[in-house]
Write a protein that binds this ligand. Structure first.
Ligand SMILES: Nc1ncnc2c1ncn2[C@@H]1O[C@H](COP(=O)(O)OP(=O)(O)OP(=O)(O)O)[C@@H](O)[C@H]1O
Ligand SMILES: [Mg+2]
Length: 831
């Protein structure tokens, strides 16, 4: 094996499961299986050298290909040459300089800066008990919690980690339990071993117990946290000083949204294209910084549950809404800041470039103005932000003095340090500048001395400085010129004098670059030492941007402040669907009321034709509750929101095919989740239940589910359905009310009014919608015939292939107090 291959294999061994990008001169090369993989993922040409598959790409394509590898779920170790190429005899030293994985990237080029990026770890401690830990490397936040089997999948989907670590001996058990996780990384089991893992935490935090952080030292989640830290140290190859604490997450702090609900309400991604654009998040995002956008993203996935915390946000939004000049200037300042979270993290993990420090400097310069703006505010949250906003003047001073105005990306070529900061550097720079002047003068003198007006002093990397004379003038070359090289049209010469000055210029330049690098690294360390204060300030900026964005949204879309209560009610007048409100032409949206209470019923059963607006209405209610609980104002005339502990949704199953489950199975799994986990404080949104099976089966299930939610769970429910038969339940279920969406029947047509009103629709207009959809006339006519005969209950229709049956009443549900009122009928109310 060649020495280069030995280097390659050493890197592979040290980074199991990763693809190795191996620098060889001007290219990154890939070998063996990696080459085959990258041929597939990156579309690189596959070649062979002595039977070894190979592929490669130019250095400049690195970021581009790293992004592609991450998107395809791979992890990459980048091996680079860490010394200049020598004479070709000696093997060049190479090292793994970067390990890039989905959960640990901090480079903006590789990430959507508006999205939080989490790395998580899961271990099974004993049957039914799991430990969970997760970390946002950018913000330096690190959490852990113990969960039961029932909560595991939801908690993980909540965290939405880009990368999830599993102990290798538990992969088979854990992976199927975590359907929402996209990318797993298998880790040695010993890194999660209780003693090792907790020991790693002790060492990192320099403590001898984690009780100070609110944990007991034998908690399962500490195994996950320690294993995660171990991985991170390995991957980052850097001090993780910015991770200062481990925080227990109390699950009852936040409103829980399961994976299905997040997806079906399109909270952060659209169902159809899985894009941020068009999602609820993108519609309400008015933040001006990536820090604020990430805050909003997290807030939507973890709305608050406690009144005081939510009202604190409402107060702040209220003040920023009213004081629009203040809002405008704060947002303008924020807009000029850089991503302080990410830049600080890069500084503290020794990855920041001079340009990154420039970004920090620019942001720090703006802080006094931001602080001045939010001084003396009424809202307690704004006051708190003002107090917590650290100006970090020491770092600002240092950067202002030492760093040039527009620093470069690279740290090796100089041009980083400001003139006048370091006397030694200034001297070296003068020397090299003087040297250059000297060379200009020298050329003029030589032209005069030799009389060769075309004589030039030039420079190349290989030759250094030289004098070039054309062939025509060769006769006039003085004897002290030493011939070095012959070109097509002339010759190149050097003189001892020229070489002497060259030495002076080049050494001065080398020395000044080396010194600049050293000064830069020192400056970066000084910034890294203030990580905690910088991150705290970044937190303040992101919160401020979040609140300012909500105020801007409220102003732009005419949102109002919701009143919060702990009663399990909802009273929304003239509520508007937040997405349709912005996407429909003005005046087209029909506002609707939601009134759930003891008197108005807490279970609304909504019927109405297809296309009437049932789904829109029930989702609108869920989204308004969610908006209120993240601290936002809401699109309505008035709103009283009884705080919700969880929102559950079960909606149309057409988009679930990718999960590899049959439509009906998905539907029932989701129903089971709701029935098992909803509490009296939950809000349940059901959009059709039981449609994926035979009519009677489906109706029977919908019926039983309705009774259970009403009688046993007793939570707030909005249920949109085409089973008009369920309407009869209103007679026995005291909190159930029938609502329908109004349509106007014209002669041969119907007009959708999109208005929710009390009462049962009793009729479906399905054939009408089929006509709108372009179903051929003969089929429609036949359908009319079949419908008529079904409705007339022809028991044995000669030419009709469907035999309608009379349904027998379902058995009395066991746990129910009330009897089933009457036999449900497929032909709603026409008995
Ligand atoms: N309140 C409203 N104001 C204006 N347009 C609305 C309103 N509600 C719904 N719409 C429009 O009607 C369309 C259909 O609404 P929606 O999907 O809610 O109907 P649906 O009753 O659930 O139909 P289906 O029974 O077929 O599921 C929406 O895409 C929207 O464009
Ligand atoms: Mg619908």
């Amino acid at each position: 094996m060649t020495p280069m291959f030995q280097q390659f294999h050493a890197a592979k061994e040290a980074h199991p499961g990763m693809v190795v990008f191996f620098q060889n001169g001007e290219f990154y090369e890939l070998f063996e299986d990696d080459a085959v993989l990258c041929h597939r993922v990156l579309g690189l040409t596959l070649t062979k050298r002595e039977e070894t598959p190979m592929a490669g790409f130019p250095l400049a394509k690195l970021d581009h290909h790293l992004r592609q590898m991450l998107a395809a779920g791979h992890r990459v170790a980048v091996v680079e040459q860490t010394e200049p190429p020598g004479d070709g005899k000696k093997i060049i030293r190479r090292e793994v300089t970067r390990v890039v994985t989905l959960g640990t990237v901090t480079e903006d080029e590789l990430l959507d800066p508006r999205k939080p990026n989490h790395l998580s770890a899961v271990v099974r401690d004993r049957p039914g008990v799991y430990g969970l830990a997760w970390l946002d490397l950018t913000a330096g936040t690190f959490h852990a919690v113990d969960v039961t089997e029932a909560r595991l999948a939801d908690e993980c989907s909540h965290i939405a980690a880009a990368e999830c670590l599993l102990p290798e001996d538990q992969v088979e058990d854990l992976q199927p339990r975590l359907p929402a996780v996209r990318s797993f990384t298998t880790r040695p089991a010993w890194t999660f071993d209780a003693t090792t893992a907790v020991g790693a935490l002790y060492t990192h935090f320099q403590v001898s117990t984690l009780s100070g952080f609110g944990f007991q030292d034998n908690q399962p989640c500490l195994r996950a946290a320690g294993g995660l830290l171990h991985y991170l140290q390995e991957v980052m190859k850097a001090n993780l000083g910015h991770i200062r604490r481990l925080t227990p997450r109390r699950p009852d702090d936040v409103l829980t949204l399961d994976e299905t609900t997040r997806r079906s309400l399109e909270l952060t991604r659209t169902l159809k294209d899985n894009l941020r654009d068009g999602s609820f998040l993108s519609i309400i995002d008015r933040t001006v910084t990536p820090m604020g956008a990430r805050f909003l993203h997290e807030a939507i996935l973890a709305p608050l549950r406690h009144r005081t915390a939510i009202e604190a946000r409402h107060d702040a939004v209220d003040e920023l809404l009213r004081e629009h000049t203040l809002r405008g200037s704060v947002r303008e300042l924020l807009d000029a800041t850089s991503d302080l979270h990410r830049l600080t993290t890069r500084a503290s993990t020794a990855r920041a470039t001079p340009k990154d420090l420039g970004g920090i400097a620019r942001t720090l310069r703006l802080l006094p103005k931001v602080k001045a703006k939010i001084t003396g505010r009424h809202a307690a949250l704004l006051q708190e932000l003002e107090t917590r906003l650290e100006l970090v003047p020491d770092v600002r001073d240092l950067l202002d003095k030492a760093l040039v105005d527009d620093p470069p990306y690279g740290a090796k070529e100089g041009g980083i340090i400001r003139e006048g900061y370091d006397p030694t550097l200034d001297n070296l720079r003068n020397l090299s500048r003087e040297g250059k002047d000297w060379i200009a003068r020298y050329q003029a003198e030589e032209v005069a001395r030799t009389g060769i007006s075309s004589l030039k002093v030039g420079y190349t990397e290989v030759m250094g400085y030289f004098i070039e004379v054309t062939n025509a003038n060769e006769g006039r070359v003085p004897s002290d010129y030493l011939h070095e090289r012959t070109l097509k049209g002339g010759k190149r010469y050097v003189t001892p004098q020229l070489k002497e000055y060259e030495e002076k210029v080049l050494t001065a330049q080398d020395k000044s670059r080396a010194l600049e690098l050293e000064l830069f690294l020192r400056m970066r360390d000084a910034v890294a030492a203030q990580t905690e204060r910088l991150l705290q300030t970044a937190d303040v900026l992101s919160t401020l941007d979040f609140l300012g964005g909500l105020a801007e949204l409220a102003a732009a879309r005419n949102f109002i402040r919701p009143v919060l209560t702990d009663e399990p009610i909802l009273d929304i007048r003239d509520g508007r669907h937040p997405v349709l409100d912005q996407t429909l032409p003005p005046g087209m949206l029909v506002p609707n009321d939601t009134r759930l209470s003891e008197t108005d019923g807490t279970f609304w059963l909504i019927t109405g034709p297809n296309m009437a607006g049932k789904s829109t209405f029930i989702r609108q209610t869920a989204l308004l509750v969610l908006l209120a609980q993240i601290g936002s104002f809401v699109p309505a005339k008035t709103a009283t929101i009884g705080l919700v502990d969880r929102i559950f949704t079960r909606v149309g199953a057409s988009d679930e095919l990718s999960r590899g489950l049959s439509t009906f199975m998905v539907e029932m799994t989701e129903a089971a989740n709701i029935l098992n986990n909803a509490t009296p404080r939950s809000l349940v949104i059901l959009d059709e239940i039981g449609r994926g099976t035979s009519t009677y089966d489906g109706l029977a299930l919908a019926w039983a589910i309705t009774e259970h939610l009403h009688e046993v769970v007793s939570c707030r429910v909005l249920f949109a359905t085409h089973y008009h038969e369920l309407a009869g339940l209103a007679e026995s279920l005291t909190k159930l009310r029938n609502y329908n969406v109004r349509v106007q029947e014209l002669e041969n047509d119907i007009v959708f009014l999109h208005k929710i009103e009390q009462g049962n629709a009793g009729k479906s207009y399905g054939i009408h919608v089929a006509r709108l959809a372009g179903v051929p006339a003969p089929v429609l006519a036949r359908a009319e015939e079949v419908l008529a005969s079904l409705e007339n209950r022809i028991t044995e229709p000669t030419a009709i292939p469907i035999a309608p049956q009379v349904i027998t009443p379902p058995e009395k549900p066991r746990r129910k107090a009330k009897p089933v009122p009457s036999a449900p009928s497929l032909f709603g109310g026409e008995e």
